[in-house]
Ligand binder design. Structure first.
Ligand code: USQ
Length: 392
């Protein structure tokens, strides 16, 4: 397949591009490199010493990519025709869109960062949709959304839309037949301006499929952790652990390494879906190789299993202990405005139907990750870990 990867220099984008090249696909890629700049601007850096832009181009060329990563920014500051020209020239079968601002705390820092988040994400995706409509309307869009779009409602979360099954279950549980809502998007309740940007993307993509007949898979992804499948040093993906760009398991593993108590926000009973970076790449590849039908807007809930933050902290400490590292845990006031005790039962069957074989040994994965990070311990910048941005 001819696959365009937007956001090819990122945490998921770089190993995904390597994986797709390894499978024999023809890959073309874009990135603005803004993630590198933003992490440096908050005084942090990737824990893994990632290859320079030029070195990554060499590596990708060795792996079969014909052109270097094209430096293009997708957001509001870009002339939309630039994206259109790229698509017209490459004529992809599939466009994988990972080129968004991915951090909830970053979007809550203040009006400037909230505005950057929404103009990069919402307007960037809007530019892309128009560009696909004008130059490659048959191509399949695989877009990274987030499980955080749904929030934590007191009912089961279906995969994207309200299905007849979901209504029947509702009737059985509550003894009332709700009005006919089958086929509508399941309500979204985002928990940050970042998550809200993903909801707005969803609305625009679904409309583009319904209106223009584009086909898209919108991935509601859980929290990703780990270093992924390529662990040779020059192939390593970036690994962030700061308060903005680090996700919870990655941060906990780094805290364990430097003897800092793991920072559980609030009571720690909040639950999320998690998956390894290798699983995320496996799932994205399944979505790419099994496209949605013409005109279809398909949603996949993408995670392996659900864990509470308390449970994860215990797993990280156990992993650290196994490696002879002492580990402590500390509940700190929650900087976010989120439910800390809640019902959480999202469905996630469609990826299994496509052949997803999940990594199930989460304890093993966490212990392996801590061990993999030991050589980079001296690169940890302690002052960027504690949360300083509050939701209100
Ligand atoms: N948390 C802690 N301690 C920490 C860091 C986080 O208790 O030191 C808690 C948070 O309060 C939250 C949970 O861990 O309840 C997850 O936080 P996170 O920072 O790992 O993830 P989040 O901000 O939700 O965002 C991440 C990715 C985002 C993706 C999302 C999927 O950065 O791009 O969309 O995970 S989900 O969480 O399912 O919405």
């Amino acid at each position: 397949m001819r696959i365009l990867v937007l956001g090819c220099d990122g945490y998921i984008g770089f190993p995904l591009a390597l994986h797709l090249l390894q499978k024999g696909h023809s890959v073309y890629s874009l990135d603005s490199y803004v993630r590198r700049e933003r992490v440096l601007s908050i005084g942090s850096d990737s824990l893994t010493p990632i290859a320079t832009k030029m070195d990554r181009d060499h590596i990708l060329k060795e792996w079969g990519m014909k052109e270097p990563i094209a430096r293009v920014h997708l957001g509001a500051s870009t002339v939309p025709e630039i994206v259109e020209n790229v698509l017209r020239e490459f004529q992809p079968d599939c466009v994988v869109h990972l080129a968004e601002q991915p951090s909830a705390p970053f979007s809550q820092m203040g009006v400037r960062m909230a505005s950057i988040t929404q103009s990069d994400n919402v307007i960037g995706t809007l530019h892309l949709l128009w560009a696909m409509y004008q130059s490659c309307p048959k191509a399949h869009l695989v877009k990274l959304g987030t499980m955080g779009e749904y929030g934590t409602p007191e009912c089961d979360i279906p995969e994207g839309e309200i299905t007849k099954d979901c209504l029947a279950k509702h009737r059985d549980m509550y003894g009332i037949a709700p009005c006919p809502m089958s086929g509508l998007l399941f309500p979204r309740t985002p928990g940050s301006f970042y998550h809200a940007s993903k909801v707005m993307d969803t609305i625009n993509i679904e409309f583009a499929c319904r209106n223009w007949g584009l086909n898209s898979t919108d991935i509601m992804q859980g929290v990703v952790f780990g270093l992924g499948p390529f662990t040779e040093e020059k192939l390593l993906t970036r690994f962030d652990y700061d308060e903005y760009f680090g996700t919870v398991i990655n941060r906990f593993c780094v805290q364990a390494l430097i003897g800092q108590p793991l920072t559980i926000y609030g009571y720690g009973q909040q639950k999320r879906g998690f998956l390894t970076l290798s699983d995320s790449i496996q799932c994205l590849t399944l979505a790419i190789e099994n496209p949605a039908e013409e005109g279809e807007y398909r949603t996949l809930n993408q995670f392996e299993n659900i864990y509470s933050i308390n449970k994860l902290a215990v797993l990280v400490c156990r992993g650290a202990n196994k490696l002879g590292i002492d580990c402590g845990i500390k509940n700190i006031p929650n900087p976010r405005n989120e439910a800390e005790t809640h019902y959480y039962h999202p469905e996630h069957q469609k990826l299994f139907d496509l052949g997803y074989v999940p990594t199930v040994d989460i304890q093993g994965e966490i212990t392996k990750l801590i061990e993999q990070l030991i050589p980079y311990k001296d690169r940890i910048i302690e002052k960027v870990i504690m949360p300083t941005t509050k939701w209100r």
